[in-house]
Design a protein around this ligand. Structure first.
Ligand SMILES: [Zn+2]
Length: 455
């Protein structure tokens, strides 16, 4: 079965299996889905159109080569020189003309760190948005926690038997030289965009804020190829990343993808995953994607205005029925409930408007009250074990988190239950970041390397 037929079957199975839009399914189905998703980043060069070649699967992201009359243009450069050099060697089978330009679709390291390999001694112009780099500047003070949560989201330390993928990227990538080939941009693109002829190729760069504020997309009007950067790929968009990110402007994201669809491309090259070939599929995917993002935003805003909390709205918002069976909207990477919470916090901050949550009890005081309510710490402990046995893993986790605060609680037992419950949730999970996070955390707990704060 080809990739899209198998993805369509999976989408249909999900609709039958999972009406309330979470990402927990039967463990066998979860694993099959993640294995099928691997086909979207198997290592290969795809000829997208007469003069466009995309190297998929040489690292997490894609790098593309546009062949012109007397040179080539490179769109994105992967994370580091080793992966860039592997991809460039493969692309060089199709043209050995000098590199006249490099374009960064945005400033994330998996798109910029291998530039020096492509530049070689050709001294190409390097195009990016004028505000390039604004996406990565804020993180220095948070480096310790970003590193810890990033490792979990991407499953970087998982043993082989727990590895699946990263949703949009293979599980294993060459990362030791990340960023070593980075070259700064030499041409800044304003929000009005830029039209140029490079190596005889007419090319348009359009501002496209979304995943990052410094994103652009690339349009080749003659071959009708669109390079979307990370505002489009074949999975529900990561409107929020659980490794921790500032608010990603969701409305801008939807608008940028709508602007791509308006160009009616014949082919779309995503920042990650396989290109989509053919005008109906390419334009349709972009317009569906934009609509899905906007719908999640609008449903969230309408819930907010009714005074609902993010906890509640995140359980209510769903993709519109006609978008649920779209393979490129399956929640392999981003999820709808996480997007809802991000939109809520991005627009209104942490407070849900309920006076009961203005000044909640200290977690220890709450745990003591819960134990009293349960009829004592021992009974609470029993309920926790029962929840695990019943496969009610989320509830088991929540009870374990209460138990850890209780002076007369069995901390060791709570920890063991938590580890098992995390593995239970992971087995059913087809969202790769969630699955990787659950498994990584379980392993950290088991190895005893986590501080008391994490329990
Ligand atoms: Zn990326």
């Amino acid at each position: 079965m080809n990739v899209s037929a198998s993805r369509l079957l999976i989408a249909l199975a999900l609709i039958a299996n999972n009406s309330n839009a979470d990402t927990q399914v039967d463990p066998k189905l979860a694993l099959q889905m993640l294995n099928d998703q691997n086909q979207l980043f198997e290592q290969q060069v795809v000829q997208v159109s007469e003069n466009v070649f995309t190297a998929v699967g040489f690292h997490g992201a894609n790098t593309s080569m546009i062949v012109g009359t007397d040179g080539v243009i490179i769109v994105d450069t992967l994370r580091g020189p080793t992966s860039a050099s592997n991809a460039f060697n493969a692309l060089r089978q199709y043209s050995d003309k000098p590199v006249k330009a490099i374009i960064y679709t945005h400033s994330h390291g998996d798109h910029t760190g291998g530039a020096s390999v492509f530049a070689g001694s050709d001294n190409p112009a390097i195009y990016a948005m004028k505000k390039f780099g604004t996406a990565t500047g804020a993180g220095r003070a948070l480096a310790p926690i970003m590193a810890l949560r990033g490792v979990r989201q991407f499953g970087r330390k998982l043993p082989p038997h727990e590895v699946t993928n990263r949703g949009l990227a293979p599980a294993n990538t060459i990362d030791h030289d990340g960023g070593n080939g980075y070259l700064p941009p030499t041409v800044g693109v304003t929000s009005d965009g830029l039209i140029a002829t490079i190596a005889g190729v007419h090319i348009e760069l359009h501002a496209g804020p979304g995943e990052t504020d410094d994103a652009l997309f690339v349009w080749l009007p003659e071959e009708k190829v669109l390079f979307a950067g990370d505002n489009f790929y074949q999975a529900f968009p990561n409107l929020y990343a659980i490794r921790g990110t500032p608010y990603r402007n969701v409305l801008n994201w939807s608008d940028s993808v709508a602007a791509m669809a308006d160009l009616e491309p014949e082919h779309v090259v995503p920042g990650h995953t396989m290109p989509i070939i053919g005008s109906v599929a390419a334009t349709g995917a972009l317009s569906d994607y934009s609509e899905a993002i906007r719908s999640v935003y609008e449903q969230t805003v309408s819930g907010i205005n009714l005074g609902k909390s993010p906890d509640l709205i995140s359980h209510e918002v769903e993709l519109p029925a006609h978008l649920k069976d779209k393979p490129y909207l399956i929640e392999f990477y981003g999820t709808v409930p996480h997007a809802v919470r991000a939109i809520y916090a991005g627009l209104l901050g942490w407070y849900d408007g309920n006076p009961a949550t203005l000044n909640p009890l200290h977690p220890k005081a709450e745990a003591q009250q819960m134990a009293r309510l349960a009829g004592g710490t021992k009974r609470l402990s029993k309920k926790m074990r029962r929840a695990l046995k019943d496969g009610d893993f989320q509830w088991a986790l929540e009870l374990a988190d209460h138990l850890k605060w209780l002076d007369d609680g069995d901390r060791q037992l709570a920890r063991e239950i938590k580890i098992k419950a995390l593995r239970g949730l992971a087995a059913r999970e087809y969202n790769a970041p969630n699955r990787n996070y659950y498994l990584s955390y379980a392993n950290e707990l088991e190895s005893g390397q986590l501080s008391e704060v994490w329990f």
